[in-house]
Design a protein around this ligand. Structure first.
Ligand code: TRP
Ligand code: ZN
Length: 874
């Protein structure tokens, strides 16, 4: 933003005002054309404010053709940047607005655009204003009727929200369809799709006996990749009835998969639009993780029908009202259907590797932000994942019954309304009788709390005392922090690994301690021996822990904790103690050595035939560089990478027979189904292949060439990538030859190529941008290639000559104009860098300054670049 007068303006949560007008219903008519689509919007507008006032409508990138009020051409209006201001209005009137759009030129994929040959829309958060002038805010709930007109041969399917009410043919080869959605909704839930697709049809009978038509639309030729998405949808519908008592409302549920989409998927009422990545899968083209991702995202969008659509957000600051809650629901769905422990571990890994970094970075914000420049920048790990953790803490404090009672109160009170996070917590409080006034602070305070733990055992009194102090470090946007209401779930282990009863005054007490003050002490009685304390069972709160553990204590926890997550977490602590020491050794120029105790732990685990295979896979997987970095106040990229490489290689060479035996046993036992036992066997095999690659690389090549499924092939490729084995080239060439016609499948290949840390990385990534399967216009491709390089190839992205930063800077300048949303997500690894050394920070500042000077810098990048510079230069 060179011109300072044009600087984007921030909006504040505290400035909320109810709208002066509302729109009761709107009838839309689209005459679709690639470069000149006409939209006629006829709305019933009603004044809410007591005083006479202008009607201020949002609108962007629109050509205004006409305005009329009560069928009369209306002249009293002004067009200013992003707004249409209409004056001289009665209290209630019919407003007709005609606009024209150019979907073909729309490469930002917000509003109406073309994905391949089809038309589709994306309106959340503020995209509807690119379709027509409107009160484009979530607290204006209207009923919609939509008529779509288009060429019949090119666009046989014309879809919108609700029920199809009429259709017909027109002259000149066109046809039309009209849709009516009986449920009042905010504009961000509007959707339209037009195109030619393959259609998978099915149906679902609800608990009350209604039959719902299910329709899944995909690009022609992809029908053999739709079965899993449809099965997941039916699972989700059943699960929401059984666990939450929530039933679907319309008579039809449609999902359309498109290749060009900025995010995962979108919950538009009755007509979800999905990134094809979260729909298309069969065993040849998709991994188990892809299948699980589809199940989770299909579930997520379906669950929004109640938590988001029937009950929506009053304003966008309340986004976590629907997202935190819906992520919690989709996590529970995945956990009920599959492995609860593995799901919990994966969610916590994501939180620690990325959400904690967001909290420590320049874009830190509470799960309910206070200040926003570009709303699209707040679809974050904090709002989604930490938001889900906050809901999970409520669930822990209230129990399943109390929580479900709260949900029922919430739905009964607020169905059909646009509400706030406070409304949600109040419903939970009123239904359960639990005081949640302090708990609400989780919504307004950002940052990751740190718990300091001190214990004392008194042999004579047989008492164990536990003192927990909490403190939250200042974040970029919020200096002062206060105490939070934190559920801390604990266990005390005896030296034989058994669990000790928690007693106070001779009565047993809950294992969930409620920390509400800066420091609190608990005294447990009747403890016959010095116990080992297991903290944060099931990761009961999104916090960091400062506590000293001996290796012996950690081994006791790894082998005996009742909670599976706690066992895995014990392993993380053990490895991280070693990593810290190793990084210091690397920095001091000393040789590294892997401790006998660690090798032994891995040996015993690899020989343990009783342990759950899914858990074992997680235990054997070494934390990523990003996760390790979270444990350091100053991050030394190269030392972390070296220490981690050394750890994996030494372990592989210390226990070659063990890893090979386990890998082979998994391969043999795998019946190649999607059942969870088989998924677990394949993840364990994948974990082993990472080690096997160092001792018997030919087995990795065999796993690639002999496996019929993508899961094994990709596991082998990843192992080959990390260990850089000779066979790697042949495997990657084979994959490229088999799949270069299919961009979605090539994404996995691009991602691995970009994270291949061998020297010359950047040049390879730059060359791959010219690959026939690559396209800068497709967000999935960009994320796979550029995103993987910046996020998962730290050594080269953070190269000391600044080449990685310069490369990302160039990409961002292209995307800034073409697709600001994608640019803004891609910039993260360039701004979450405050823990790096001074030389690297200086190189980053240079790149951020170049961006800051751009004439046409998007609001999205403006907000992040400004905050990034501020933190780095502070
Ligand atoms: N509401 C969507 C979800 O949680 C997220 C989403 C899809 C989105 N597309 C978007 C958010 C575009 C912002 C912009 O599933
Ligand atoms: Zn969502």
């Amino acid at each position: 933003m060179a011109d300072s007068s044009a600087q984007p303006i921030a909006k504040y949560r505290s400035d909320y005002q109810a709208p002066d007008y509302t729109i009761e219903n709107v009838s839309l008519e689209f005459d679709l054309d690639a470069t000149a689509t006409k939209v006629v919007a006829v709305s019933t507008v009603v004044r809410q404010a007591k005083e006479i006032s202008d009607l201020v409508l949002d609108g962007e990138k629109l050509e205004l053709l006409s305005i009329s009020v009560n069928q009369q051409a209306h002249q009293a209006y002004k067009l200013s940047d992003g707004q249409l201001i209409i004056s001289d209005l009665p209290e209630r009137f019919e407003l007709k607005i005609e606009t024209q759009l150019n979907p073909k030129e729309n490469k930002a994929f917000e509003g109406l655009y073309q994905s391949g040959e089809a038309f589709c829309t994306q309106c959340e958060a503020e995209g509807f204003r690119r379709i027509t002038y409107f009160l484009d805010r979530p607290d204006v709930l209207a009923t919609y009727t939509t008529k779509i007109i288009a060429d019949k041969a090119q666009y046989p399917f014309l879809l919108s929200n609700g029920n199809k009410v009429d259709q017909g043919d027109l002259a000149n080869g066109k046809h039309w369809v009209s849709w009516q959605d009986p449920f009042p909704k905010p504009s961000y839930l509007f959707a339209l799709v037009a195109g030619d697709f393959d259609l998978l049809e099915d149906s679902f009978v609800t608990q009350s006996g209604r039959t719902i038509a299910l329709e899944l639309f995909v690009d022609k030729g992809n029908l053999d990749r739709t079965e899993h998405a449809m099965a997941s949808l039916k699972e989700a519908m059943r699960w929401d009835e059984q666990r939450f008592g929530l039933e679907y409302d319309l008579d039809i549920y449609m999902i359309v998969a498109v290749d060009f989409f900025n995010m995962g998927a979108m919950e538009n009422k009755g007509l979800n639009v999905f990134n094809s990545k979260y729909v298309l899968a069969n065993k040849q083209s998709a991994t188990d993780n892809d299948f699980l991702g589809i199940e989770a995202v299909i579930g997520h969008e379906y669950f929004h029908n109640w938590t988001g659509n029937r009950i929506t957000c009053r304003d966008w600051f309340q986004l976590s009202l629907k997202e935190g809650l819906t992520v919690f629901r989709d996590q529970e769905f995945s956990s009920d259907l599959g492995s609860r422990a593995v799901n919990r571990i994966k969610n916590v890994r994501l939180l620690r590797s990325h959400q904690f970094a967001e909290d420590a970075g320049p874009m830190a914000h509470p799960i309910r932000p206070d200040k926003v420049i570009e709303m699209n920048n707040f679809y974050t790990l904090t709002v989604y994942e930490k938001g889900a953790e906050v809901i999970r803490m409520l669930h822990t404090l209230l129990g399943e019954q109390g929580f479900q009672a709260g949900m029922k109160t919430y739905v009964d009170r607020h169905d059909g309304q646009a509400v706030t996070c406070d409304d949600f917590v109040n419903a939970m409080q009123d239904a359960s009788g639990k005081d949640l006034s302090l708990f609400k602070r989780w919504y307004s305070q950002s940052g990751t709390p740190v718990l300091k733990v001190q214990t004392h055992y008194d042999q004579n009194k047989q008492q164990f005392s536990l003192t927990i102090a909490q403190h939250t470090p200042a974040t970029a946007e919020q200096e002062d922090k206060q105490a939070l209401h934190i559920p801390v779930s604990i266990e005390l282990l005896a030296s034989d690994g058994s669990s000790l009863a928690l007693q106070v005054n001779e009565e047993s007490v809950s294992s969930v301690l409620e920390l509400t003050e800066t420091e609190q002490t608990w005294l447990f009685e009747g403890i016959g021996e010095q116990p080992t304390l297991v903290m944060l069972q099931e990761f009961s709160a999104p916090v960091k822990l400062e506590m000293d553990y001996s290796s012996e204590q950690l081994l006791l926890i790894i082998n005996n904790a009742s909670n599976t997550f706690a066992r895995w977490d014990g392993m993380q602590k053990l490895v991280s103690i070693w990593m810290k020491q190793a990084v210091a050794q690397v920095q001091a120029g000393n040789n590294l050595q892997l401790e006998e105790a660690i090798v032994n732990t891995f040996k015993l685990l690899s020989e343990d035939s009783a342990i759950d295979k899914g858990l074992l896979a997680e235990l054997l997987t070494i934390s990523s560089e990003n996760e390790i970095a979270d444990g350091f106040a100053d991050v030394d990229i190269d030392a972390i990478a070296q220490a981690r490489d050394f750890f994996i290689r030494s372990l592989a060479l210390a226990l070659p027979e063990q890893f090979v035996a386990l890998e082979q046993a998994c391969a043999k036992a795998d019946k190649q189904s999607l059942a969870h036992e088989d998924i677990n066997l394949r993840s364990l095999r994948a974990a082993c292949l990472q080690y096997v690659a160092y001792s018997q690389p030919e087995l990795v090549a065999a796993a690639y060439f002999d496996s019929p499924t993508m899961t094994n092939k990709l596991a082998a490729m990843s192992a080959a990538n990390n260990a850089d084995i000779e066979q790697r080239a042949a495997m990657f060439r084979d994959y490229e030859q088999n799949w270069q016609h299919d961009g979605l499948v090539m994404d996995k290949w691009f991602a691995l190529e970009a994270s291949y840390a061998k020297e010359g990385s950047l040049a390879r990534v730059q060359a791959l941008a010219e690959h026939p399967s690559f396209s800068m216009e497709n967000p999935n491709r960009v994320r796979s290639l550029v995103g993987s390089f910046a996020n998962n190839n730290a050594r080269h992205f953070h190269a000391k000559d600044g080449s990685g930063y310069r490369y990302l800077g160039e990409i961002l300048r292209v995307l800034n104009t073409q697709n600001p949303q994608v640019a803004s997500r891609l910039i993260t690894p360039l701004i979450q860098t405050v823990k790096l050394d001074a030389e690297r920070k200086a190189l980053i500042v240079e790149q951020l300054q170049v961006l800051a000077e751009l004439e046409d810098l998007s609001k999205d990048l403006f907000e992040k670049v400004t905050n990034g510079l501020q933190q780095l230069q502070a």
